[in-house]
Design a protein around this ligand. Structure first.
Ligand SMILES: [Zn+2]
Length: 348
């Protein structure tokens, strides 16, 4: 790739919408938590640390993830992970991040939703004192807890009424827990003015995307990759401008696509579906947002205007209140103009 484009990608403002807090734990931090907990999964040799995130299939991925996240025991652990996540994002010039957190696990451990949200929020506010980054949280509803627990969690979110929380997401085993189990929960969320997204079209085909739209009335889809298998669905997503938060490396590592060139990302983009680039679980997949942009630019021969369009797709799909959203969009637009002028590029 030409150096000029690489520099542009590194410097350009970015947005990240599909990011799981638990997928941002650095192997070194995981090791530290394991040591403190005298964890049985603690690697014997320090150089085996990278094996923590080595997996060959979905089952191994789930195990890998679990062996690390099981070592989160205290609110301070969440704060440390949050701080490391934000530090990495700020270095990449991410201007807006909407990450999710699987709070149900911590509530099971005896913490209240308020304690979890407040401790993360405190870290965010402290970080923002020195960094120009807007941050919001989406509460991740895990499918395996079922529909009733989802409703209870949404009631707790409503009671807490924290401006840091902008919506809910749904993740976990798509095949075993289809969207219709959560219809009531998502309807309640909608009535409470919470924004809604769901993972779909990753492990299960187009049906899961159709059902997320029909049963859950989601505003955007996390992944949505396998929508490509149904031309009518691709048409629907394009016509209704339904955003897809796409994660190229994640889809490759979890075999949603066999080869990166098979990924439908560019087809979606060309059809006018508002796709954005995201990392999902950057530490687990050994990637970062800048890397995802470099990868996409290389494979699809993207130019600067394409890259800006993708960032803007992400920002427009954000669950921010309108005023905050248009302010960030204005700032990011102006940063793109400055960047282009600096490089003497007049978008010929
Ligand atoms: Zn995800």
């Amino acid at each position: 790739m030409i150096e000029n484009l690489l520099t542009f990608i590194r410097r350009m403002p970015k947005a990240e919408l599909h990011l799981h807090l638990e997928g941002t734990i650095r192997p070194e931090t995981a090791l530290e938590l394991m040591r403190r907990n005298n964890s049985p999964s603690l690697p014997e040799q320090p150089d085996q640390i990278k094996n923590l995130y080595r997996f060959r299939n979905l089952a191994e991925f789930v195990n890998s993830m679990r062996s690390v996240t099981n070592n989160i025991r205290f609110l301070e652990d969440l704060q440390k992970i949050t701080l490391e996540m934000l530090t990495s994002l700020a270095i990449q010039n991410v201007k807006y991040v909407e990450f999710d957190c699987a709070v149900q696990k911590y509530i099971d451990m005896g913490y209240t939703l308020k304690e979890v949200v407040e401790s993360i929020y405190q870290t965010v506010v402290e970080f923002q004192a020195d960094h120009d980054i807007a941050v919001k949280m989406v509460v991740n509803i895990q499918r395996l807890y079922g529909g009733k627990e989802a409703i209870q969690l949404i009631e707790k979110i409503a009671l807490l009424n924290h401006p840091f929380i902008v919506g809910i997401g749904l993740s976990g085993d798509e095949a075993k827990y289809p969207p219709d189990l959560f219809t009531e929960a998502f309807l309640l969320a909608q009535q409470l003015d919470l924004h809604r997204t769901a993972h779909a079209g990753e492990a299960v085909g187009p049906k899961s995307v159709w059902n997320a739209l029909k049963c859950l009335n989601v505003e955007r889809i996390d992944h949505g990759t396998r929508a490509i298998e149904d031309p009518d669905l691709v048409d629907h997503l394009s016509r209704h401008k339904i955003p897809l938060t796409q994660c190229l490396t994640s889809n490759l590592r979890l075999n949603v696509v066999k080869k990166i060139n098979d990924h439908p990302f560019y087809t979606f983009y060309k059809k006018g579906i508002p796709v954005s680039l995201n990392t999902d679980d950057p530490q687990i997949f050994n990637t970062e947002l800048t890397q995802e942009y470099i990868l996409a630019a290389e494979i699809y021969q993207l130019d600067k205007q394409d890259l800006e369009n993708l960032v803007m797709n992400g920002l427009r799909a954000a669950f921010l209140p309108d005023e905050e959203k248009s302010q960030i969009i204005t700032e990011v637009c102006s940063e793109f103009r400055t960047l282009s002028n600096d490089e003497g590029d007049h978008h010929e």
